[in-house]
Write a protein that binds this ligand. Structure first.
Ligand SMILES: [Zn+2]
Length: 149
């Protein structure tokens, strides 16, 4: 299994876990060269659902994009890379467990918000404010009050 960070071929399995409904196996691997960890999913036909954007365009699920938008929301916040990794894994697992061929991008947005809410309230508000595209300031204020409470 090739390391996605440095391309090294020598990686070790550090943890193996079967998903709740036993649909696929998740393996946590560690690269022998750069020591970074990454996750792989194994199932004969394991595929992330295609993402359907608001305008109807269909795109492939892209973990690095997901990470990018989460990192943007978490910028300068006290949240570790490991915590972000775990959050991404939970999101991916939920997506796989849906067992659908297509999902609305909105659904992923909601999964991300749920994880950010647990990780960091500021990041949650940042993400939600962009994601929900607030039409008026009252709506935004309500959300901020909600997370403060
Ligand atoms: Zn590596």
């Amino acid at each position: 299994m090739k390391c996605p960070f440095c391309g090294n071929l020598e990686t070790q399995v550090v943890e193996t876990r079967i998903s709740e409904d036993a649909d696929f196996i998740r393996r946590r691997r560690q690269c022998g060269a750069c020591d970074k960890r990454f996750t792989t999913y194994e199932r004969p036909d394991v595929n992330f659902p295609t993402i359907v954007k608001k305008d109807g365009r269909r795109i492939e699920f892209d973990r690095s994009k997901l990470r990018g938008s989460m990192n943007l929301a978490l910028r300068k916040r006290p949240v570790s890379t490991e915590q972000v990794d775990s959050a991404i894994e939970r999101i991916e697992e939920k997506l796989l467990n849906l067992g659908l061929r297509e999902v609305q991008s909105q659904r992923i947005g909601e999964l991300v918000m749920r994880e950010l809410k647990k990780l960091d309230k500021v990041a949650y508000v940042r993400f939600a404010s962009v994601y929900r595209n607030f039409e008026d300031i009252d709506e935004f204020k309500t959300l901020v009050d909600q997370v403060r409470g």
